[in-house]
Design a protein around this ligand. Structure first.
Ligand SMILES: Nc1nc2c(ncn2[C@@H]2O[C@H](COP(=O)(O)OP(=O)(O)OP(=O)(O)O)[C@@H](O)[C@H]2O)c(=O)[nH]1
Length: 176
């Protein structure tokens, strides 16, 4: 019973104005912080949605095609997990460097797949969702993570604490 962790690190960073995964906070790019957090909650970490970063980890293109948003990154991670024999995928963006470890622990408890209602790209998903998610995306259905997760029978849980989500340089400055 092993767990894969996936950093969802594609997207456009339009509001940030430059690649936010590489923005520096406390001396390290945000994507490096995400990898450090996830390494403590998983057996293997990968990056989805970009071909390179400062991390020497596997980098996967989104599936079944680029441009489908975070669900494309999650779909790539679920397929990688299913092939590698991981039971579940813990997903995180690179824009929440202050996420508390206890929240990830809650998501990863035994039971159904779970996601954070306030930030649904953060979740722990059964690897068995790989094919159903690919089929869902190929049908051209709604790309909102929350709506897919709800219709896939995942449990939404409330973080119950403010989540510092970095969308703009001002958000990052406020965190410093
Ligand atoms: N793999 C993957 N990750 C994505 C994709 N879109 C967004 N993300 C990641 O999801 C997290 C939240 O992204 P957003 O801030 O909603 O979107 P964004 O495109 O990065 O930024 P905006 O252009 O300002 O909306 C970040 O960690 C992104 O890197 C995508 O298409 N593929």
């Amino acid at each position: 019973m092993t767990r894969l962790a996936a950093i969802l690190a594609g997207g456009q960073s339009r509001r940030f104005g430059s690649d936010k995964a590489l923005a520096v906070w406390e001396g390290q790019p945000l994507i490096v912080h995400a990898a450090a957090v996830l390494a403590r909650h998983s057996d293997e970490v990968i990056v989805c949605g970009r071909s390179e970063s400062p991390l020497t980890l596997p980098h996967l293109p989104d599936r079944p095609a680029p441009g489908l948003g975070p669900l494309g990154g999650l779909c790539a991670a679920l397929h990688y997990a299913a092939k590698a024999g991981h039971e579940a995928v813990l997903s995180l963006g690179c824009d929440m460097p202050r996420l508390e470890a206890w929240l990830l622990d809650r998501l990863c408890r035994p039971g159904p797949g779970r996601y954070l209602i306030e930030a649904p790209i953060i979740g722990c998903w059964p690897a068995s969702l790989a094919e159903p998610l690919a089929a869902y995306l190929l049908e051209g259905r709604d790309r909102a993570v929350r709506r897919w997760a709800a219709q896939a029978g995942m449990e939404g849980i409330e973080a119950g604490a403010p989540l510092a989500n970095l969308n703009t340089p001002a958000d990052l400055a406020a965190l410093r």
